[in-house]
Design a protein around this ligand. Sequence first.
Ligand code: DCT
Ligand code: MG
Length: 518
Amino acid sequence: MNLVRPPALVPIKKKPKLVHLSSSLYCYEVKFKEIVLYLLERKMGSSRRNFLMELGRKRGFQIENELRESVTHIVAENNSGDEVLEWLQSAKMTKANTCQILDISWFTECMGAGYPIKIECRHQLQVKRISIDLLNCSASFNPPVSSSCVHVSPYACQRRTPLQDINTIFTDALDILAENYEFWENKGPRVKFLRASSVLKSLQSPIVSMNDLEGLPLLGDEIKHIIEEIIEEGKCCRVLDVLNSERYKAFKVLTSLFGVGLKTAEKWCRMGLRTLEDLKSKKDLKLTSMQKHGLLYYEDIASYVSKMEADAVEHLVKNIICEFVPDAIVTITGGFRRGKNVGHDVDILITCPRRGVEKNILHNTINVLKNQGRLLFYNVIESTFNETKRPSRSVDALDHYQKCFLILKLLKQEVEAEKSKDDGWMSLDDTEHRNWKAVRVDLVITPHEQYAFALLGWTGTPQFERDLRRYATQEKKMMLDNHALYDKTKRIFLRARTEEDIFAHLGLDYLEPCERNA
Ligand code: DCT
Ligand code: MG
């Protein structure tokens, strides 16, 4: 005889006073051995759940107190199928794909009949969107789902986000509001708007009505209100107000200058400086060398770097480095690695498989560039990586690698050698009659054993990186940064040779760089 294990034998962790201990006194015969139920407490409440579990057990149903792998039927009340799935995912219920997800009506009808009644469509909670995880095992997924709909995870690292954003009318609006909060240094709302925008960027179909938002995570009432206004009016008043506000306009201009962050923009704004002309005309204004050079080459830098120009920079840097370190690995990261055709700079990651060899690369490269007369500006930051202080809790600083922020003089002939057309370049050349363009480049040097982490971290987007770290911390009890992955439970650093290794350590499906445009 198979006896139902009474609930109180399972250790009670939380709110013990809410658990009905009376049920622990009884064992009931299991009549229907082929099914194992689990009643979701979410929105049902613990008292009602205990009552229903007791009732079911009395009628010979096997009902688990905890979500175990043996569970075959999950019963929920006042939850949508998507909400249940999302909850199951957060509870790391890996076998959720093999469970029936049922409404309470099925359970109560079973109680009335005294046996498990036939499951009908009306009993099944409709799941509109299947997660990437669940899609991968959808062959065994029982509930009636439409395979054309995809469940959207609250983590960008669990969503495939292509470069092409088909909801820019909404995401642009949310990004502008997020940026405005950034200018006010208001982190909470900024992150809220960025996350919502990022969710919409992953959608494969355009939003045309509010129904299209059903089941999407991270869209609170405020965000939905904005989306509704755009659907109805084609614009959002709040966004227009921001775009017209003096502070937003001033911050947009000031922070576009190389070397100017929020603090400086704030200070200048308070001094009444709003435009580049204001900065130029204020003769006693102290500018850093970086800012002076940013101002000097402002037009070039603001005119964006094309893919062809980025390739030319990579080519140039690779050729220089390979002269003295033939086995160096030189890789474009950032937006260009994600498939973008334009960027504000060229991010280049450099390493060498031979331990320690990477340490001399940066200064040697800078010397060559300097001798070639190509360095318009450079600022070297030496490595601040300290192995003894790992794992580091500070996640604010980007990373501790040796790096150089520079402005490079890129020659027209080098770009032409990339053999493709570039309108941006030609117009600049026509108007200014010079054979070069100033391009912003970041060179980052990494030891080979940290290369995969650096590559993942520097590929972006910043939102993707934030969510990857949040996922590691919240879902895996791990710490991820641009140097390493630390497992807090096992107290070990997890090695990774490739980005795929890092995704695997985190239990995530691998996303190609072009799918990380979150
Ligand atoms: N990065 C990050 N967090 C930040 C800034 C950057 O994780 N706050 C990472 C992700 C992208 C990478 O560094 C390079 O930064 P950017 O050049 O600023 O980003 P990008 O995606 O390359 O953008 P752009 O195409 O405009 O250069
Ligand atoms: Mg970049």
